[in-house]
Write a protein that binds this ligand. Structure first.
Ligand code: 5GP
Length: 191
């Protein structure tokens, strides 16, 4: 998606070798007009797949997922990072290691909002090692729901998540795939 790549080139800030900050338009301040184009592009790619629910993880996936859901005309469920030790039986639960904080979270979704009739599109802002996506897929499987695929805004293709998930047969559609990046020369894309 050229519009997105241009924005990343102009406004993305590379930290070290593996963190891309996009706080000015995606992760803190949000460019909703850009989100609308992102949502339309996800619809173009997953149109006709029978998606009736979008699943994401708090916090940074929520805005993109909501705007995308307007294109798909379906609800959004976000997996919550739970601080509760004793989780009641009315939730699906999994563990996710955070890329940015290195911490392991319990992540939950109520059984009320995900079930065997659902065809799910997972949406997230970044794909790095794949832990967030694998956790969300685990929740979809626990619910007995069907997975249509995953729509990712920025995939860091030099990290292993995308390759591993595609090898598992998951349809991963990334709108910008970063081949390499560094603080001096910036970001280079796969195609
Ligand atoms: P993964 O679980 O694939 O290792 O990492 C994905 C999650 O970590 C995303 O939900 C995103 O919030 C965060 N993340 C991973 N890499 C980056 C990055 O380079 N920049 C930002 N802002 N977030 C990232």
């Amino acid at each position: 998606m050229e519009l997105l790549k241009k924005r990343i080139r102009e406004d993305g800030i590379v930290k070290g070798n593996d963190v891309l900050k996009v706080d000015s338009f995606l992760n803190h301040q949000m460019d909703v007009a850009l989100f609308e184009e992102i949502g339309k592009e996800f619809l173009r790619r997953f149109d006709g797949c029978g998606v009736n629910k979008i699943l994401t993880i708090e916090a940074s996936g929520i805005g993109i997922a909501c705007v995308t859901a307007q294109s798909f005309h379906c609800p959004v469920v976000f997996a919550k990072k739970s601080r509760t030790k004793n989780i009641a039986g009315d939730v699906y639960t999994t563990k996710v290691e955070s890329f940015t904080h290195g911490q392991v979270y319990d992540v939950i979704v109520s059984t009320k909002f995900l079930g065997s009739g659902d065809k799910v599109l997972i949406i997230d802002d970044f794909l790095a090692n794949g832990a967030a996506l694998e956790g969300l897929i685990d929740l979809v499987n626990q619910a007995g729901a069907e997975l249509a695929g995953a729509g990712i805004v920025i995939e860091k293709a030099f990290q292993p998540g995308g390759k591993r998930l595609r090898a598992r047969g998951v349809r991963v559609e990334s709108l910008a795939r970063v081949k390499s990046m560094d603080e001096e020369s910036g970001v280079e894309f796969v195609d």
